[in-house]
Design a protein around this ligand. Structure first.
Ligand SMILES: [Zn+2]
Length: 244
């Protein structure tokens, strides 16, 4: 190799080096850490990234919807999701959204309104057991019967799909313990059960001790039902349409 060839070879190496792709790095915009491997970047967690993931989750979306509803009830302007994410209430409402899912809280918008109406109970106290039972006690007076029945229908349809049963066999399939819990949590309304032939048949098949538990739970509505024949008739139509 002569001098000229050596010079050319060196020039070639230099230009190859110049053209070599620049090393790619991944930067986390939350914690400013830099990663050389994409997988490490994707897998790392930091508070800011976690918050964004929480916000994008279904629970996070519900948390924002509840926060927005609360702001509306309080007659404040509803801030955009980005502002909510930075708010100190983000964690509070995320916790509340998880609580709603866990206890299957009925009619969340009504719950939020009740909190504001009850001396403005702050969101940090919304997940307490005492708050939950206070709300269940208020529920029957606050939520109109047909609104209760409409969410009952949704709940019962879900159960039919889940247990792969139709109409009349539903109560027998889920059993008295589950049904009683749903009634106590107001996921199934006493108005609907009082109007359902399928429930009447199921009820009569129960041993006396279980009958008593249902009686105690249905007491709250029995008196109202007697005075509201027209509403009961509407409930009866809904129940019939569902084969119940
Ligand atoms: Zn990060």
């Amino acid at each position: 190799m002569d001098r000229e060839e050596l010079r050319q070879a060196a020039a070639k190496r230099r230009s190859a080096a110049a053209e070599a792709p620049k090393k790619v790095e991944w930067n986390c915009s939350f914690c400013s850490r830099t990663f050389l491997r994409e997988s490490a970047f994707m897998n790392h967690t930091c508070p800011g990234k976690k918050r964004l993931e929480d916000m994008r989750s279904q629970t996070g979306q519900s948390a924002y919807a509840y926060y927005a509803e609360w702001m509306r009830v309080k007659r404040h302007t509803v801030p955009p999701p980005e502002t909510f994410m930075e708010s100190r209430l983000f964690t509070t409402f995320l916790k509340f959204a998880k609580h709603v899912e866990a206890v299957k809280l009925p009619n969340v918008n009504q719950f939020i309104k009740s909190m504001v109406d009850s001396n403005d109970i702050p969101p940090s106290l919304w997940c307490r057991d005492s708050t939950y039972s206070m709300y269940l006690k208020l529920y029957d007076d606050l939520v109109p019967p047909m609104t209760q029945v409409s969410s009952t229908i949704d709940e019962l349809f879900d159960l039919m799909v889940e247990h792969k049963v139709q109409g009349i066999d539903l109560f027998k399939t889920i059993g008295s313990e589950v049904l009683l819990k749903l009634l106590q949590k107001r996921k199934v309304s006493g108005w609907f059960l009082m109007a359902s032939d399928a429930f009447a048949r199921f009820y009569h098949s129960l041993p006396p001790t279980e009958k008593m538990l249902f009686q105690r739970e249905l007491n709250y509505v029995a008196e109202k039902v007697a005075r509201n024949g027209d509403i009961l008739e509407k409930c009866r139509e809904c129940a019939k349409e569902m084969g119940l």
